[in-house]
Design a protein around this ligand. Sequence first.
Ligand code: SF4
Length: 497
Amino acid sequence: MQGHAEPLSALALRGLHTVRLRPCWGLGRSPKKAGKMGFGKIVKVNEGSLAEELGLVVGDRVLAVNEVTVRDMIEFSFMFADDEIDMLVEHEDGERELVSFDKDYDEELGVEFESAVDAVMPCKNHCVFCFVDMMAPNMRKSLYVKDDDFRLSFLYGNFITLTNMTDADYIRIEKYHLSPLYVSVQAITPKVRKTLLRTSKAEYIMGDLRRLEKAGASYHTQIVLCRGINDGEELERTVRHLYLRRPHVLSIAVVPVGVTKYRKDKFPLKQFDKESAEKVIKAMELWQDRFREEFGETFLYLGDEFYIMAGRDVPSEDYYDEYPQLENGIGLTRKFIRDFEKKLRRNRFQPSKFSYPKYYTIDVICGVSAEKFLKELAKTAMAELKNLTVNVIPVINEFFGEQVNVSGLLTGQDILKALKNRARESDGVIIPGAALRSGEEIFLDDYSLKELRAEFPNTKIEAAKTGGKFFMALQNFIKYKYIDKTDAMRLSNAGYI
Ligand code: SF4
């Protein structure tokens, strides 16, 4: 019985009982099929959790709760929010067991599942700017996955295009109150959107947004701006349309298209430069002023890259409101500076505690776009912290091509090369935490932080993801240690500069 005897008796007072099952149990949909589809496999049982009490172990799979086959985290959470549970579990040897118990309505099971959904809904578009299509060859499989899954949008803030949605999907959005979601609109004119997404389904965006709203969902939106295609008048039209859909539309993010050296697509894409970025900023400022005056929010936010390209400072804290699209990289620079300054102010109450007893040098690795503001922060830190010298080293992204200049897309190999090319070694090195896979210490090219550290045995190498952590690292690098507790399933580009 898979070691269940003792924990089960411990639950006797809570009305727990188990029933051994024949292979086919009367569910609407075959639980066996659900098992194969991939949701429900337990990879961690939290200590002291209900799951531990129930005797669940790593490798068990939750197939159904209260006679509903659970296909994803959403369905599981919804069904598990009850005080009487019948849970169908499949053990690793294929044996099934019905575990029944009483619990508090909001009590959690206390496990981690292998994946959040049964099978990721694949993207059916062929966007002219698809970053997956511009990925280097022979990288890990997960980097080539093109997902367009409303469940991941709800759970993790992934952007979806709505081109692959079925009636059943909208029904689930309504049933489980999946809101807010994140929608890649790109353009509101059907023909323009079709040109960008290269599927006729893209033309129904207005109808799709209406269906989403009818299902009760609010949504954040994104416009990937491509010069000469959806900028200028089309951008004006799209912004106006989305503004009119408030309050369903919660925010608009406008980000510039990015291209790597691996792009093979013949569709011509022109990147933004100083002048064209300035033009976009100026045009959008008119909308932003209007929105702030009318309802007190900026509502429309521009990607940090526009300001960096235009040679401007990023906007002030007020501009970003509550940072509604931080996971999309919007406002990352301002938030980084804000968090850094917060920690700096705190340091001023006890400066001597953190000054270095003797001369200490730290090299800070970053993408080219972060060089300017990081140098300013480094200067501030040096003025505060005695005996500390900070050198900011912008690294050219040879892996993806030098037009890719964000820190989060630096690879281990490029960082290694930059560190080897230094005139002299430093005492410490800070690398961008966003360049490491969430929850792990591995770069995009599968090179590990451990391997990098092994190349420089006399240098302490750590990562920092936020402005606060960056200051803490500079403040007391000898004791600083990088710890990333980000959910490894979360697909995010938010983080360091
Ligand atoms: S929707 Fe996303 S994944 Fe799909 S083709 Fe477009 S950019 Fe690529």
